[in-house]
Design a protein around this ligand. Structure first.
Ligand code: GDP
Length: 419
């Protein structure tokens, strides 16, 4: 068949508002379920005298994965007309948060689900805030369980106004706000007469309209150095290309030191030099045309398109640790392959993402977010998030464990003298 651009999405919202049901329904409506699966589960439910739940589908698929029956899927995928949609983590797994914070996965878009009867809850607002925190700009809001409010437009409009105001206050304009019944199917792949008053896309159409991420290979080269190996008298610099492309002969600069060299060879495996460009996602080993000091944590870039060497970072973070983060705290910051010591010199904002209230004491509590300024003991090579969503992330460790993470907003060469 034709290949469609891939988009990664997360489905978020308050527990029980219908995330699993929507996913089951989407898999069904887009013809993505294995043959006979739905009928089999419906028959099992009938035999046990219990109502069929769409979430059983996810449980069944999950069980098969755990037992190794379905080989491919650690991820749930389905196809719409124009997109191959990949779900980052099944709903209900808190892991997506950790994965997104640490940069292991990046969502291009999100579906935020709200129960029409219950309305916007703290957890709904918190999830909205997290999408903002993680830089997810394309958010489709679905107002689910419209069957519980007699498909009333007034209730829908009320929720739409409330959530739109919340998201827009965070700089996120929803791509659509859609009334649905995930259980019955209204609004998911079809606009039914029960929501005849609604003018807008279905959920499937909204997903069709999501912009896929710019291919990382089209960005400036970023090769964070993982290790240096010595073979005979050759020094091989190894790492994973996180953005851009490199090839033999490229003039490169090693940041943050700013030393310049040429790529002499790109090593293949086993031992054959590679001449084709190696793009984002490839693990490579390179040799340089001269001996320079280089170490794990350095970033190799093309001359003139290098990341900044920064001593100060302004970051928006999500905090996971029991002990709140306060001004003056010593932290270990991980940026790509670099580990750098530093301290929190200012907490500019500490926010409870549920209520959006600012904390008076300016400490960032567990599950809260904030904006902080970090002073590092050494310069590091770093991009702001807006320039590179992959390298513009940081993870904060406390006592060897991930304590928080987020996005690099701005960087500053940080001349030691203060104005
Ligand atoms: P999750 O925790 O967000 O994944 O929520 P679930 O998908 O497990 O749904 C929670 C409950 O809401 C289940 O009992 C569903 O059957 C029910 N539910 C989900 N969607 C709808 C809907 O459109 N209408 C009604 N009436 N119930 C729904």
């Amino acid at each position: 068949g034709t290949t469609r651009p891939q988009v990664s999405i997360v489905i978020v919202g308050h527990v029980d508002h219908g995330k699993s049901t929507l996913v089951g329904r989407l898999l069904h409506e887009t013809g993505s379920l294995p043959d006979g699966k739905l009928e089999m589960l419906q028959a099992v439910s009938a035999r046990r005298g219990m109502p069929f739940e769409w979430s059983f589908l996810l449980d069944a698929l999950q069980t098969e994965r755990d037992q190794g029956i379905t080989i491919d899927t650690t991820q749930i995928r389905f196809r719409t007309n124009a997109r191959e949609v990949v779900l980052i983590d099944a709903p209900g797994h808190a892991e997506f948060l950790r994965n997104m914070i640490t940069g292991a996965s990046q969502a291009d878009g999100a579906v935020l689900i709200i129960d029409a009867l219950e309305g916007v809850r703290d957890q709904t607002r918190r999830h909205g805030y997290l999408l903002h925190l993680l830089g997810v700009k394309q958010v489709a809001v679905v107002v689910n369980k419209m069957d519980r409010v007699d498909f009333g437009q007034a209730r829908f409009d009320e929720i739409k106004a409330e959530i739109s105001a919340h998201l827009e206050g965070l700089g996120v304009k929803p791509v659509a706000v859609i009334p649905i019944s995930a259980r019955d199917g209204d609004g998911v792949a079809e606009l039914t007469s029960r929501i005849g008053w609604y003018r807008g896309p279905t959920v499937v159409e909204a997903l069709d309209g999501l912009e896929p991420a710019k291919p990382l290979s089209s960005l400036p080269l970023r090769l964070p150095v993982q290790a240096i190996y010595k073979f005979d008298d050759r020094r091989i610099v190894a790492g994973r290309v996180e953005a851009g492309e490199l090839r033999t002969g490229d003039e490169i600069v090693i940041m943050p030191a700013g030393k310049i060299a040429k790529i002499k060879t790109v090593e293949g495996w086993p031992q054959t030099p590679v001449t084709t460009p190696q793009g984002a996602g490839r693990s490579v080993g390179i040799t340089l045309d001269r001996e320079l000091f280089i170490e794990r944590g350095d970033v190799i870039a093309h001359v003139g398109r290098e990341p900044q060497a920064a001593r100060r970072l302004h970051a928006r973070i999500f905090w996971l640790h029991d002990q709140p983060l306060s001004k003056g705290d010593s932290i270990l910051v991980r940026l790509g392959t670099r580990e750098a010591r530093g301290s929190v010199v200012a907490i500019e904002k500490a926010v409870d993402p549920g209520s959006l209230s600012n904390e008076e004491n300016r400490a960032i509590a567990r599950n809260h977010v904030g904006e902080i300024e970090i002073a590092l003991t050494q310069p590091v090579a770093v991009d702001p998030y807006t320039e590179n969503a992959r390298t513009g992330r940081l993870v904060i460790e406390v006592q060897g464990r991930i304590a928080g993470g987020g996005l690099v907003l701005t960087v500053d060469a940080g001349k030691r003298a203060q104005p």
